[in-house]
Write a protein that binds this ligand. Structure first.
Ligand SMILES: Cc1ncc(COP(=O)(O)O)c(C=O)c1O
Length: 441
């Protein structure tokens, strides 16, 4: 296609995020419409959505309730300043989120994305220790292979090298990482949570011994690590992290940007795994992906410390679009759908069929691990020597050509379909994927 930006269809001007731009622009893949479990290409080819967009369209595409709510809100009031003045939908939404949140997380700070939620939570953690008079707690801990978005805070606590290596001196100081929990040797082909690896939580004690707890503000982990390739928490691991944090006065933050809103079979993974953190970061499924929005769920203990602090603005932080009226309308409609259709626990019913289907891929060429929980699965492929990621990307392209959208990270395929998925879609999804894997032999 022409590179002239004056041609409306030129692909040149748009610098695509997390995309091999040159490769894409040489052979574009476009989506034009979406409804239910399917996308449609501009030529009218149907593509089964195996990834709920980017882990966000949990109630399926084209939900009219959300469209109507957003349109009505924009008609009535398009925008209200976020600072020092409110609008009713923001308060209504905060209450609605708290109703489905783990007990004890009863305050909500709104953002516009997962990355902003992460940076917000990290800032709240630091400011909380300070407002309590413990300003020496300045260290933030993440985990190797973690993904926490792309802000400077998020890449600092994140642990994926490609997202960090270009900005080595821009990391926030004092950050350290506990070890990841991916263990192919002991846990390959586990269904649900792996039985090996609870002891990896003790790595937090190593960092406490190294830095001293009095310097550590918080540790952030994804309950299920998504972007690194779907890594499940070993049985008992999150509980042990909670215990160690409690012992040392360290805040525990769960980044639930992908696990929030029903992915695991509960509203949040914290409930599913029976471990309550001090804060939860979320986004994506909050609005079914229709309007950008994120949130940080905060414990009463944290919120109250600010409210008992100096008079005036308690936290010098916020976004022009925090609790944007259109986003609030989308989120309220989304939560209404989740409740009305019992979607937040649907993965418990569909999960076993999904699990059976994904594990039937075992034995296909180059498949070295399959892991799953609720409606999320990772399929790890052996890399082609010298070309990491090429094998999985080949499968991705084949799937797209055959009418299926999957996601790949390195040589791991991640599946996270909308929670409305039915057995016939599961059959279609794994039929296409199995064929693509066979062809990639
Ligand atoms: C766990 C986690 N945290 C944060 C983010 C960043 O969210 P966003 O892309 O909305 O900034 C993501 C995105 O996939 C994520 O998976």
């Amino acid at each position: 296609m022409a590179a002239d930006p004056h041609t409306a269809t030129s692909l040149d001007a748009y610098w695509m995020p997390f995309t091999a731009n040159r490769q894409f622009k040489a052979k574009p893949r476009m989506l034009a419409r979406a409804s239910g479990m399917y996308y449609e290409t501009p030529e009218g080819r149907r593509i089964l959505d195996g990834t709920a967009g980017l882990w966000c369209v949990n109630a399926g595409h084209g939900r009219k309730e959300i469209t109507r709510a957003v349109a009505e809100q924009l008609e009535v009031m398009d925008y209200a300043p976020a600072f020092q003045i409110g609008h009713p939908a923001a308060f209504e939404l905060a209450n609605a989120v708290v109703r489905i949140a783990p007990k004890g997380l009863d305050h909500v700070f709104f953002t516009n994305s997962g990355s902003e939620s992460v940076d917000t939570a990290l800032k709240i953690a630091l400011a909380w220790h300070r407002v309590k008079g413990d300003a020496a707690r300045v260290r933030l801990l993440g985990r190797e292979r973690g993904y926490h978005g792309v802000g400077f805070g998020g890449i600092s606590v994140g642990g994926m090298v490609a997202n960090r290596k270009a900005w080595p001196t821009a990391m926030i100081p004092g950050v350290d990482h506990i070890s990841h929990t991916h263990d192919l040797k002991r846990n390959a082909f586990t269904r649900g949570l792996p039985s090996h690896g609870v002891e990896l939580a003790e790595d937090l004690e190593r960092l406490v011994a190294l830095h001293d707890a009095s310097t550590i503000a918080a540790v952030i982990v994804e309950p299920i690590a998504g972007s690194t390739g779907v890594v499940m928490p070993p049985q008992g691991y999150l509980k042990r992290l909670r215990e160690i944090c409690d012992k040392h006065g360290i805040l525990l933050i769960f980044d639930e940007v992908i696990t929030g809103f029903g992915r695991t079979g509960s509203a949040f993974a914290a409930q599913e795994f029976g471990v309550t953190p001090d804060m939860i970061t979320c986004a994506k499924g909050l609005t079914n992906g229709a309007i950008p929005m994120g949130a940080v769920l905060v414990s009463k203990n944290i919120y109250d410390a600010f409210m008992n602090g100096p008079a005036g603005i308690e936290l010098f932080h916020g976004y022009t679009y925090s609790a944007h009226p259109a986003a609030c309308a989308a989120a309220l409609a989304t939560l209404g759908i989740y409740e009305g259709e019992k979607l937040l626990t649907r993965a418990k019913q569909t999960g076993p069929t999904f699990e059976k289907a994904v594990h039937e891929l075992r034995g296909l060429p180059h498949v070295i691990d399959i892991r799953n929980y609720g409606l999320v699965a990772g399929i790890e492929l052996a890399s082609i020597a010298g070309s990491p990621g090429a094998r999985a990307f080949g499968v991705y392209q084949k799937c797209f050509d055959r009418g299926l959208l999957i996601r790949t990270t390195g040589d791991i395929i991640a599946l996270s379909p909308a929670l409305i998925i039915e057995p016939k879609h599961i059959e279609e999804l794994f039929g296409v994927l199995a064929q693509a894997l066979r062809e990639s032999a």
